[in-house]
Design a protein around this ligand. Structure first.
Ligand SMILES: [Zn+2]
Length: 293
């Protein structure tokens, strides 16, 4: 399989190349995730490869079939696209596909249907599609694209091979931002819980660290900064950090220093790959002891 200028989602490309090389390409493939443009580009590339007549790596980009495919003029590649709005992929379009699929291909060995933005199909439209996917003619190939496979009926998913493209960069940034927020919130809550009268708040918060070593390390590092800030405040410096101000009010400078030392020691245990469960148990007792609770 020749992916030409399609450079993203290497994992998905490997999977598709594998399906192509297996000889018989599956009759239905769902491309999900990535951007709408990437999914369309990849679906068109696969369609082109399926009609390409070159003996070697496909699509060759040179044969008549490839040229027609590139010009969106190949009679055996049929494209239907839903819009952004829900249900904008009409059931009527699906019904037309159902009727058309019984007609033999014109030129190629395969007849390829690109059903783009399938997430905009209503459940009724998806059910209509299901009937074609259940017993397709041997020459028919369906390439569905959607933003997330979670929007497709389980019955559809059971009849397609799903290929997941890499999440768009924007989503990755959003996910990173969400994680950052989680670290911030959890660290602030845990820092306050260290100074609480009862040990239960801290014990229950550490439960949220679960088995996530990376999250634990990030929270410990953030807590260290909060306690440092609290010491600055107790030395008379100004600070807008509410959690640090709370800590400075609740604990003596000596206790704040002891907490930082305890946090440093815990961080060191993470570096030495300490058992996560033991570490969390130690985290509570060590920190509470450090602040004299
Ligand atoms: Zn070709």
């Amino acid at each position: 399989m020749n992916f030409g200028s399609f450079h993203t989602s290497p994992q998905a490309c490997r999977q598709i190349a594998g399906l192509m090389d297996a000889g018989r390409f599956p009759h239905a493939v769902l491309l999900e995730s990535g951007t709408a443009e990437e999914r369309k580009k990849l679906a068109r590339l696969i369609a082109q490869a399926l009609v390409c007549t070159a003996p070697g790596e496909r699509p060759c980009g040179k044969c008549t079939a490839c040229q027609k495919a590139c010009a969106q003029a190949h009679p055996d590649i049929l494209e239907a696209e839903g819009g952004e709005a829900a249900r904008s992929f009409h059931i009527e379009t699906v019904r037309q596909v159902r009727e058309d699929v019984s007609i033999l291909p014109n030129e190629a060995l395969s007849k390829v249907y690109l059903l783009l933005n399938a997430q905009s199909m209503s459940p009724q439209a998806q059910n209509a599609l299901l009937k074609v996917l259940e017993e397709p003619p041997a020459y028919a190939v369906f390439l569905l694209t959607c933003d997330s496979k979670t929007k497709m009926l389980a019955t559809i998913l059971s009849r397609v091979i799903t290929v997941t493209l890499d999440a768009p960069a924007q989503e990755l940034t959003a996910a990173a931002g969400k994680k950052e927020q989680k670290i911030n919130d959890l660290s602030e809550q845990m820092a306050r819980a260290v100074a609480a009268t009862s040990e239960f708040p801290l014990l229950s918060l550490t439960g949220k660290l679960e088995k996530d070593k990376e999250l634990t390390a990030a929270c410990l590092a953030r807590m260290t900064l909060l306690f440092r800030e609290a010491i600055r405040i107790s030395c008379g410096m100004e600070s807008a950090d509410e959690t640090a101000r709370y800590l400075a009010g609740a604990l003596t400078q000596e206790r704040l220093l002891a907490a930082i030392e305890a946090l440093d020691a815990l961080n060191l245990s993470i570096l030495h790959n300490a058992n996560q469960n033991l570490l969390i148990t130690r985290l509570c007792s060590t920190l509470r002891r450090a602040v004299g609770k």
